[in-house]
Design a binder for this molecule. Structure first.
Ligand SMILES: Nc1ncnc2c1ncn2[C@@H]1O[C@H](COP(=O)(O)OP(=O)(O)OP(=O)(O)O)[C@@H](O)[C@H]1O
Ligand SMILES: [Mg+2]
Length: 268
């Protein structure tokens, strides 16, 4: 278990199984307020949320409500101002920008993650090939990043995240820059990989349909400060399609709530 608290950045590794992939308890986060010397801006207020082992949760909210801030805290990239966060091992991360090393091939980007994980040299190439196959990019090992389309780059980024062999995958709008069709294909792939691997996923988006299409649970954050406004269990069978009537129906309900949140805080 890795634990981050307001007072210590200590990461405690513990081999015993924990009943959650992520546990966020009474977490608040403030940043220095721009233009107010000494002032603080409360961005997240008293967030309590568990992600169960193998669960797929989407975190939804208006722009600026603190979604990335919360994900960064779970990733251990920053510390909460109050409260505590525990994760089952070190999480893997995937962002909107693929952040691949352009001077390495697709395969070598993945092999680097394997190396950092301590995988023996002889095993790295076959394992990278297996991961490329998992994201349906077999044969792309030798391709340079600039030779790949946006969708292919995100597949490599996903393979690299999976190479870390984490039990929790944190995703911050990973498909937001892709066209609708490519995004739809990657939704299918992510769902398949999640179901095959038993990974836990905490996925940030401001796209309601994407949240409903992917998740078992959608958590809506309010804005200024970010608080948990409401959550929905999405009890729809897979495979789901973005245009499914049931996906659309729940999306309409959630969009109404999201609109209410945005109206209350006078954004956009
Ligand atoms: N390191 C930081 N220092 C100061 N303020 C910050 C910092 N990081 C985030 N903020 C502020 O916290 C608030 C929430 O930002 P955050 O990036 O978490 O929002 P978000 O919900 O991810 O938005 P988006 O949907 O646009 O990505 C914003 O007002 C932002 O300016
Ligand atoms: Mg963000």
């Amino acid at each position: 278990m890795a634990t981050t608290t307001a007072t210590t950045a200590k990461v405690a590794e513990d081999a015993t199984a924990v009943p959650y992939a992520a546990r966020i308890e009474h977490v608040s986060k403030s940043f220095p307020a721009p233009g107010t010397p000494g002032g603080q801006q409360l961005v997240l207020d008293d967030i309590t949320l568990d992600v169960a082992p193998g669960e797929f949760v989407t975190l939804l909210g208006a722009s600026g409500c603190g979604k990335s801030t919360l994900l960064n805290l779970v990733a251990g990239l920053d510390l909460p101002s109050a409260g505590s966060i525990g994760t089952d091992g070190r999480p893997a991360l995937m962002f909107q920008e693929h952040a691949l090393f352009p001077w390495l091939t697709a395969g070598k980007n993945i092999e680097l993650a394997l190396k950092l994980r301590g995988v023996a040299k002889a095993e790295r190439r076959p394992e990278a090939e297996r991961l490329l196959e998992l994201v349906r990019l077999q044969g792309a090992h030798g391709k340079r990043v600039h030779e790949l389309s946006g969708g292919m780059r995100q597949r490599v980024a996903l393979a690299r995240a999976l190479a870390q062999d984490s039990r929790l995958l944190l995703m911050d709008e990973p498909f937001a820059a892709l066209d609708a069709i490519t995004r739809d294909v990657l939704h299918d792939e992510l769902t398949r990989i999640w179901r095959e691997t038993g990974l836990s996923v905490l996925f940030v988006t401001h796209n309601v349909r994407e949240a409903v299409r992917l998740a078992q649970r959608v958590v809506l954050l309010s804005s200024r400060p970010g608080r948990i406004a409401r959550e929905w269990t999405v009890d729809l069978p897979h495979p789901r399609r973005i245009e499914d009537a049931a996906v659309a129906e729940l999306s309409v309900e959630i969009t109404e709530e999201l609109r209410g949140e945005i109206r209350r805080h006078g954004q956009h």
